[in-house]
Design a protein around this ligand. Structure first.
Ligand code: GDP
Ligand code: IMO
Ligand code: MG
Length: 439
């Protein structure tokens, strides 16, 4: 896998952390290219659980280069907290195995305050953001008023730019949101010293990643969030503020799109969403609750219960095509072990019209009526299975049925949160062999 992009193909939390950690064994460089500490990527290794928010999920493997690209919205406090947390757990983290883009935008306290105040302001129309300041930071980037990591390395320039930013943000906080203003002195005291702590990590990461690639090193791009939360192609306005799939790599890492050879989506064997917004195959009944409890579906970043429902073929076909996926990985198959019947959303009806494809042009997806088909469950434990042939026949039928409906090869299955709970697969749909061999 000389350059592979792995992205979330649903609404986030598909198990990207676990899979990237597993794939990182065969990679040299692991790169985050968008999102920020709204992400929560869980990696369970050696009995220890790590939830990574900003740092790539390759960090637990010694000798790999981990990169936070320019497209990531970096909260420097969270970044340093995460570095300290990993070090406290015995993971080596320094400027040789972790790099931070100097031209990545920085999230400050005012971004978090405005994110949270904005949610209150929206009332019933709220997005259900993580409150991590993501939207306001990307808004400043687009408005060209943001501060970047490199600005923090020069205290004089930093003071000037933070002062200018706060003048505007305080006006917004007080006049629009009726909140108290932030004190410039306090904010300077909080952030000024951080520049020196960041300095060892900071560099021109885009050039570093391209150099590594040209030197023949294998690069793995780690998406955050999911395709259905993409700012352009997701369920706008209930989305995050970045391009979450392979569409985000070129801009967010400074890596030409045409250098990416493999694109791999990740999706659960069912579906979850956290936050507000359309989720056609959500199950509001007992099955939704059962999925939540069986899958321990609570947010890794905010602890919020995730909304749960069934696998959605329309959304999946859409997100895999949009991102040019060569294959995909089905995670959390084990969560369905106890279900007698498993439902799958195979078409929609809206206003009397039948849809076989994701109705992206529709603005009100709340009115979607979902048509389900179902398959019998396998009612057996899959968590110890490591070879595809050893899965219960009905589990294989489920996987192959979904694969046919989606039309893109499933290259791997995940049957538990641990690193080794992986079932490689050679898909009958073809093209998958090369991908699974690289993992
Ligand atoms: P990410 O944001 O895509 O990295 O996913 P999260 O870490 O937010 O959520 C995935 C959750 O599912 C975490 O608690 C993982 O430990 C867990 N997980 C990952 N893969 C599997 C799997 O195959 N089966 C089960 N039962 N849990 C899994
Ligand atoms: P990972 O990488 C699931 C959701 C929020 C909210 C919307 C906008 O762990 O899969 P934001 O804070 O980004 O402005 O919130 O996006 N969201 C996620 N949902 N997984 C994530 O990340 C998410 N990051 C943001 O819940 O609905
Ligand atoms: Mg997550």
């Amino acid at each position: 896998m000389p350059a592979t992009c792995v992205f979330g193909a649903q609404w986030g939390d598909e198990g990207k952390g676990k899979i990237i950690d597993a794939m990182a064994r065969d990679a040299d460089v692991i790169v985050r290219y968008q999102g920020g500490a709204n992400a929560g990527h869980t990696v369970i290794a050696g009995g220890a659980k790590h939830v990574l928010h900003l740092i790539p999920s390759g960090i637990l493997h010694p000798g790999k280069l981990n990169v936070i690209g320019n497209g990531v919205a970096v909260d420097p406090l969270k970044f340093l907290e995460e570095v300290d947390g990993l070090r406290a757990r015995g993971v080596r983290v320094d400027g040789t195995n972790l790099r931070l883009a100097g031209n990545a935008h920085v999230i400050f306290e005012h971004h978090k305050r405005i994110d949270q105040a904005g949610e209150r302001w929206r009332g019933d129309g709220r997005i259900g953001t993580t409150g991590r300041g993501i939207g306001p930071c990307y808004a400043d980037k687009a408005s060209r008023t943001g501060l970047r990591v490199s600005d923090m390395l020069d205290p004089q320039r930093f003071r000037q730019r933070l002062q200018a930013a706060l003048a505007e943000k305080n006006a917004q906080l007080t006049a629009v949101h009726g909140e108290s203003a932030l004190s410039l002195d306090e904010q300077l005291a909080r952030y000024t010293g951080l520049g020196e702590k960041l300095r060892p990590f900071v560099g021109d990461t885009a050039a570093e990643v391209r150099r590594a690639f040209k030197d023949g090193r294998r690069v793995l791009f780690e998406g955050a969030q999911g395709a259905m939360l993409d700012i352009d192609h997701g369920t706008y306005p209930f989305v995050t503020s970045s391009n979450t799939g392979s569409d985000g790599v070129a801009a967010g890492a400074g890596f030409p799109a045409k250098w990416i050879q493999n694109v791999v989506g990740i999706a659960k064997a069912y579906c979850t969403r956290v936050g507000e917004g359309p989720f056609p195959s959500e199950d509001h009944g007992a099955d939704g609750v059962r999925i939540r409890e069986a899958g321990n579906e609570y947010g890794a970043t905010t602890g919020r219960p995730r909304r749960c429902g069934w696998f959605d073929v329309l959304a999946m076909r859409y997100s895999l095509e949009l991102n040019g996926a060569d294959g995909w990985i089905m995670t959390n198959l084990d969560v369905l072990d106890g279900f007698e019947q498993i439902k799958v959303a195979t078409s929609y009806e809206v206003g009397g019209r039948h849809h076989d494809e994701w109705p992206g042009a529709l603005t009100n997806l709340a009115d979607v009526k979902v048509r389900y088909e179902s398959a019998p469950g396998w009612l057996a434990d899959t968590t110890k299975v490591r070879r595809y042939a050893d899965l219960p026949a009905r589990a294989r039928s489920y996987v192959e049925w979904i694969e046919r409906l989606v039309g893109v090869p499933i290259v791997m299955l995940s049957v538990g949160p641990d690193r080794d709970q992986i079932v490689p697969r050679e898909s009958t749909l073809g093209r998958a062999t090369a991908l699974s061999a690289g993992v």
